[in-house]
Design a protein. Structure first.
Length: 364
């Protein structure tokens, strides 16, 4: 596809959702991604009800295992909340990628192999230089290329991490061949890590953990006797994968005709497990910001005005989609890295109404 309206850099779930959303508004969309699909990633793999609602709006229905809610455990205490209304879904990342690729093809989204190594923009569009020496001219470029986004750096939107900040956190994940023992995502809080167990199929569970650099996967599981017993004899299904550091800072979420979506647009932590819900909401916001310039009289969109309008609109929409969730994550992360950590699960157990309200905020 030559000169697409929207060039999406990054073929993960958020990038594909952005491209599908663009096509639904009548825009020509092209996705460039250096890795062949389906694309995997170390993550918890639980889709909250809000994320499923957005996938349903896009016509995407992946296969997975229903999730009825979330429970917290710390060895002595337990708090559980079951979603009000529709359930969530545990979905292997490769299955989510497959379903989105299928829907993208049905929608007329172009998908090509390539790595973007240069981004320049002018009043009418953006030129993306590829590693093979070719280039793509587009009206809008959306960076959906993950935690270590090249678009973020190329567009001058990356912000340096503050000195003396909080310790960097990382994620690990492995699947095990075992029938799920629960219909909820179980979160086990140990002394230094949080471990998420998500049913993703009738005979498969995903185990993801978050914590400081140097986590030893088997050792962290062994520190939680209940989880170790559940996994006793279960065969690993695939390699151990990792991601991080998780915290990524940005100066802004858009610059002219370049917009950042998903992890590329800045990231706090995976602690609350709502990354996909937020990413899909940001994708929809980016499409609205771009589509909002289409019907504006050309006289009002001369020069850089279209890019300025879209960038300003997207900044507002980004904060509307992500602000409350980020504030909640920041508060929980701060508590988890302080002496208050040992009180999180006991407090949730003693105050079930507060815990349920917090989970519903995450879920929807």
């Amino acid at each position: 596809m030559e000169n697409p309206d929207v060039l999406v850099v990054g073929g993960g779930p958020v990038g594909l959702a952005t491209a599908i959303g663009a096509r639904r508004t009548g825009l020509r969309a092209l996705v460039v991604e250096p890795r062949p699909g389906p694309i995997d990633k170390a993550c918890g793999e639980g889709l909250m009800p809000g994320a499923l609602a957005e996938l349903d709006r896009l016509g995407v229905r992946p296969h997975g295992h229903p999730i009825a809610g979330i429970s917290y455990h710390d060895g002595s205490h337990e708090a559980e909340h079951r979603f009000r209304g529709s359930p969530g879904l545990g979905v292997r990342r490769t299955e989510l990628s497959r379903a989105l690729h299928e829907r993208a093809a049905e929608s007329g989204v172009g998908v090509g192999a390539g790595r973007v190594v240069g981004v320049t923009q002018d009043a009418r569009g953006v030129d993306a230089a590829l590693a093979d020496g070719s280039s793509i001219r587009c009206r809008w470029l959306v960076g959906c290329d993950g935690l270590h986004s090249g678009v973020r750096r190329l567009a001058g939107l990356e912000a340096a991490a503050p000195r003396g900040g909080a310790a960097r956190r990382y994620g690990l994940r492995r699947h095990f061949r075992r029938a799920p023992w629960s219909d909820v995502v179980e979160v086990f809080w140990s002394g230094s890590a949080e471990i998420y167990v998500t049913p993703v199929d009738d005979e498969l569970v995903g185990v993801a953990m978050l914590g400081p650099r140097g986590l030893v996967f088997a050792d962290e599981i062994a520190r939680i006797p209940l989880l170790a017993e559940f996994l006793r004899g279960a065969e690993p299904a695939g390699p151990l994968s990792g991601a991080g550091p998780l915290r990524q800072r940005v100066r802004a979420h858009a610059s002219g005709r370049v917009l950042l979506v998903g992890d590329a647009s800045g990231y706090l932590d995976a602690l609350t497990g709502e990354g996909m819900r937020i990413g899909f909401a940001q994708a929809a916001a980016a499409v609205r910001a771009i589509a909002g310039t289409v019907d504006t009289p050309l006289a009002e969109l001369s020069g850089w005005n279209a890019g300025v309008r879209a960038a300003a609109s997207y900044e507002r929409e980004w904060h509307r989609a992500s602000g409350a969730a980020n504030r909640f994550t920041a508060g929980l992360l701060l508590a988890s890295q302080s002496p208050v950590r040992r009180m999180i699960v006991p407090t949730a157990e003693r105050m079930p109404g507060l815990f349920s309200a917090a989970v519903e905020v995450i879920a929807r």
